[in-house]
Design a protein around this ligand. Structure first.
Ligand code: MN
Length: 269
């Protein structure tokens, strides 16, 4: 039985007045949504996205269609809200995450993305971006017109080319990855990746003792680097309930061991 363990952390940052990022951690799905729009309605768009995905928390088994239908529900909810409240016109949000879905009878990670929030796979001390940013600068990099380093400081770096809250509805990119014990994914908003490069991210996660510590360390490092934007991170791993093979216990494995925290308040007086 595949169990997903997750840890999340979010912070408004050092510059922005409000946190327009939202996130959701369900037993089989985690997501980050980075809201945007005039009149500080980005938080409405990202919260509506979380609301659209919340019903998936009661399912015993998810399929890829459940995720794409939730994406469509989120888009419809944002479009309707903007039509009903003209002051919210133009609000939108990214959404990206991972879900464990049944595909042909076997569990797979479904990675999904709209916008420039990201999913990374952390493996062997390396952070590898799985999602493709839907942004002007990502297209310029892909076309060979600017380098990834140029993209980090480019004036168009905040312009995204696909988001929730659009008509016609946007289509999410999706990827299917077989589930293995020890898998570790990072889901994050650009408030992390605009402050830290991939090597810094991998280093912080790998040297943290567990996913809670890693999530906190990433947010702290983004704040220390300037905290120019809201920052949200989720780490999700497969918590294998088979006995650990101590012969091959690596640093990565220790991140996925099931842990139980006994809070003092849980002890009967
Ligand atoms: Mn952002």
């Amino acid at each position: 039985m595949i169990q997903v363990a997750s840890a999340a952390a979010t912070h408004v940052g050092r510059v922005r007045p409000t946190n327009e990022d939202s996130y959701l951690t369900l037993p089989d799905l985690v997501l980050v949504a980075d809201g945007m729009g005039g009149h500080a309605c980005g938080d409405v768009a990202s919260a509506l996205t979380v609301t659209a995905f919340e019903p998936l928390g009661t399912r015993s088994c998810l399929h890829a269609d459940d995720v794409t239908e939730a994406v469509d529900r989120a888009n419809q909810a944002i479009v309707s809200e903007a039509l009903a409240h003209p002051e919210k016109a133009g609000m939108g949000t990214t959404v990206t995450g991972v879900a464990v879905v049944d595909e042909a009878g076997a569990p797979h990670w479904l990675v999904f993305n709209i916008g420039d929030s990201r999913v990374y796979r952390i493996e062997g001390g390396v952070a590898r971006q799985l999602t493709v940013d839907h942004s002007e600068v990502a297209e310029l990099v892909a076309a060979g017109r600017i380098t990834p380093d140029d993209a980090r400081v480019h004036p168009l770096r905040n312009v995204i080319t696909r988001s929730l809250g659009m008509s016609p509805p946007p289509v999410a990119d999706t990827w299917l990855v077989p589930v293995e014990p020890g898998d570790l994914f990072l889901v994050c908003s650009d408030g992390l990746t605009n402050e830290l490069d991939d090597a810094e991210i991998a280093e912080l996660v790998t040297r943290s003792g567990d996913i809670e510590a890693a999530a906190a360390a990433l947010v702290e490092a983004a704040l220390a680097a300037g905290g120019h934007d809201n920052v949200t991170v989720i780490l999700a791993s497969t918590a294998d309930d088979r006995p650990a093979d101590t012969d091959s216990l690596s640093e990565t494995d220790t991140l996925t061991l099931p842990r139980k925290n006994l809070d003092a308040s849980d002890v009967p007086a």
